[in-house]
Design a protein around this ligand. Structure first.
Ligand code: F0G
Length: 393
């Protein structure tokens, strides 16, 4: 018999009457299922809808969201072998795939939603770039004014143009991030403008959801969590997230928190404010972190470490994960990977353990650093000979 299905399954089959009935039944069921699928709209929800029960929101909170979060946990393939750690699993929590290209969107959806709920008309932040991009995007979504203070000359181009294009008022300050943050604190304390740096507690609340996602994906917390440290809000947030999930019975174990600063900007490691912080990883070029205590608490309660990595180590890790893992993250993100490599060399990790590295931002954010490796960009003649010569064949 020939069965013509609405689903375009034209099949010629030789079937007994019973088989014929069964075949028609299967086709019918599949058609029904397809109809159902079409009726359910595909919906990717943001972190507030997904983890509402863990967040300080009510039915009255307007949710200003860009469907942030739900970022992939990517298993590293080449890295464990490269560093002789083939008996552990390393995962990248790739936060560069958030709507504005960094983890800041998690905290910003919370901070801006709560600012809206409180009736704020404008927000302000100091930033090494990503916070300003994210603040500007979320503000534009709810017609709020957004003012951002940026340290002169030390911000990746991609981030700067995001702030402009999302419509923020960008003020470039002749100083570093730390002095810009002091100014923002002063201005927002005396004017009706909401601060959205991570001293705003809602930022940390939103950012802790990344730890929830990791536990959901792995079935439990990892053994170690490596993360770059700048203003120290994110390490504080992750530790809170892991702790709350365990308390709620949604996970069983807790990770050791491993924070990494750049060696030219390592106040927590050196236990003193760094007046003139320097590093190629401009996102974490911070000499006096606002959440210093939160980072210390995360380190001590988890039995972890806060260490530093050099610009050379960061650069090596940055290139390796792009060239061998296919994951393009910004230099600050690579600090977490560089830190894991440093500790692996000291045989720090237990056999069979799982390590998660947060890759905080996309590599596309910093095109200038990405193009600083004298890649050949001269055009060749459009001939077979010229192209083969260029390839080296
Ligand atoms: N990685 C990236 C890509 C960042 O942008 C930041 C911070 C960090 C790591 C460090 O996170 O500050 O919570 O310890 N960027 C802030 C900004 C300072 O202004 O965008 P942290």
């Amino acid at each position: 018999m020939r069965v013509k299905s609405k689903m375009n399954f034209p099949l010629t089959l030789s079937l007994s009457p019973k088989g014929e009935r069964e075949y028609e039944w299967i086709i019918c069921t599949m058609e029904l299922a397809m109809e159902q699928v079409k009726k359910v709209p595909v919906k990717k929800i943001g972190i507030i809808e997904r983890y509402q029960e863990f967040l300080p929101v009510t039915d009255k909170t307007p949710i200003i969201s860009l469907n942030e979060g739900n970022t992939p946990l990517i298993l590293a393939e080449a890295l464990p072998h490269e560093i002789d750690l083939s008996d552990v699993k390393i995962y990248f929590k790739f936060e560069g795939l958030n709507p504005t290209g960094s983890f800041k969107d998690r905290g910003m959806t919370m901070a801006v939603s709560k600012a809206m709920e409180a009736g704020a008309k404008s927000i302000m932040c100091a930033s090494t770039g990503n916070t300003s991009a994210s603040a500007a995007a979320f503000a534009s979504r709810c017609k709020m004014k957004c003012f951002v203070l940026i340290p002169e000359g030390k911000i990746a181009k991609g981030k700067l143009l995001q702030a402009f294009r999302y419509g923020a008022k960008v003020i470039i300050v002749k100083g570093n991030f730390d002095s810009a943050l002091e100014l923002v604190k002063e201005i927002t304390a005396t004017h009706p403008i909401q601060i959205v740096n991570s001293v705003n507690p809602y930022r940390i609340e939103g950012q802790k959801t990344a730890a929830f996602e990791i536990c959901d994906d792995l079935g439990d917390a990892p053994d170690y969590h490596a993360i770059p440290v700048g203003n120290a809000g994110n390490i504080t947030a992750y530790w809170r997230g892991y702790s709350e999930y365990k308390k709620a019975g949604r996970s069983v174990t807790l990770p050791k928190m491993l924070g990494f600063q750049a060696s030219g900007s390592a106040p927590i490691v050196l236990n003193q404010v760094v007046k003139n912080p320097e590093t190629i990883a401009t996102a974490i070029r911070i000499g006096n972190p606002a959440s210093w205590q939160g980072a210390i608490q995360a380190r001590d309660e988890s039995g972890g470490i806060i260490d530093m990595v050099t610009d050379e180590e960061i650069t090596w890790a940055y290139k390796f994960i792009a060239e061998r893992e296919g994951v393009f993250a910004e230099p600050a993100s690579a600090a977490a990977v560089a830190g894991v490599i440093k500790l692996a060399k000291k045989n720090y990790f237990k056999k069979g353990s799982r390590i998660v590295c947060t890759l905080t931002g996309s590599g596309l954010k910093d095109p200038e650093f990405a193009l600083s490796f004298d890649d050949k960009m001269d055009a060749v003649e459009p001939t077979m000979k010229a192209v083969l010569t260029a390839i080296g064949l």
